[in-house]
Write a protein that binds this ligand. Structure first.
Ligand code: THG
Length: 262
């Protein structure tokens, strides 16, 4: 599972304050820690703290890239904010995200092409998040066919079934898991799949246990990538173990030490 660190998000108090105060040290520490603990890429979301999100995205991208050369995943509902990051990105980036709406696809797919970036497609549209796997697959099909028409490589396309909190949408967990499997048979080659893991436990107790259990189930359904908190070492160890049990890595007695990032 390709790990995208979720912690550089203005919704976190500490990060929100760092964006407002232009406190580079805090952002750079959180970037470094996530990569040290095994993140393969970093999600970058300016959050709700600023009236100038384009400026904030530029500052965050430059600040992170001073200390980290990982791929960045630019997370915003505004194309201009995403493009501000794409312009500065040193590594192949990921656009987070488009929906299945034409207004979004028509703007964001050309950006993916122009900057040779990956793109996350949310299996939803402006009418909202679907309640079942069938509607999720309809949205996924629409996004995947648009990507093919625009000449994007499907290896760069990540479809997100959209994880909802278990405390308010309990029936959606199983729908999301089945969607992960179904997205892979929509096209040949298949798209990748991604989830925002921490959504599942928002507002719940036992957050870490719920996150960890859901991620391991999703891995068994074939999940390609997850946006999560890589500083949760139990979570990261569980992913390493799941990949071992799915025969995606080679067993040895010291596999944990061998596969943990140093
Ligand atoms: N899919 C895609 N992108 C996404 C999401 C997704 N990006 C945002 C989000 N979902 C993934 N990132 C987070 C980051 C934090 C939390 C959840 C998902 C989170 N934060 C604490 C909370 O809300 O309780 C904040 C705690 C604090 O303020 O310190 O849970 O689904 N493509």
């Amino acid at each position: 599972v390709f790990i995208i660190g979720e912690l550089i998000n203005g919704m976190y108090k500490q990060v929100g304050r760092a964006i407002v105060d232009k406190d580079k040290k805090t952002i750079q520490r959180i970037a470094r820690q996530q990569l040290e603990q095994g993140a393969n890429a970093l999600d970058v979301n300016v959050g709700p703290v600023t009236n100038e999100p384009v400026e904030a995205m530029k500052w965050l991208t430059e600040t992170i890239q001073e200390v980290a050369d990982a791929p960045l995943c630019f997370d915003s509902t505004k194309a201009a904010v995403i493009e501000a990051g794409l312009k500065l990105a040193k590594k192949k980036a990921i656009i987070n995200s488009t929906t299945a709406d034409d207004e979004k696809l028509n703007v964001l797919l050309p950006l993916a092409k122009k900057y040779n970036a990956g793109i996350i497609g949310l299996a939803m549209d402006k009418t909202g998040v679907p309640r079942d796997r069938y509607k999720r697959s309809e949205h996924a099909l629409k996004i995947i066919s648009s990507c093919m028409e625009q000449g994007l490589d499907l290896a760069d396309v990540y479809i997100d079934p959209i994880v909802l909190p278990v405390n308010v949408a309990q029936a959606q967990g199983a729908e999301v898991l089945e969607s992960i499997r179904e997205f892979k048979i929509i096209s040949d080659p298949p798209p990748k799949t991604v989830i925002g893991l921490s959504n599942v436990s928002q507002g719940a107790k036992e957050r870490a246990l719920i996150n960890r259990t859901f991620l391991i189930m999703a891995a068994a359904f074939g999940l390609s990538a997850a946006i999560l908190d890589p500083l949760d070492q139990n979570l990261m160890d569980a992913v390493i173990t799941a990949e071992l049990l799915l025969n995606k890595s080679i067993y040895c007695d010291s596999y944990l030490e061998a596969y943990r990032k140093k």
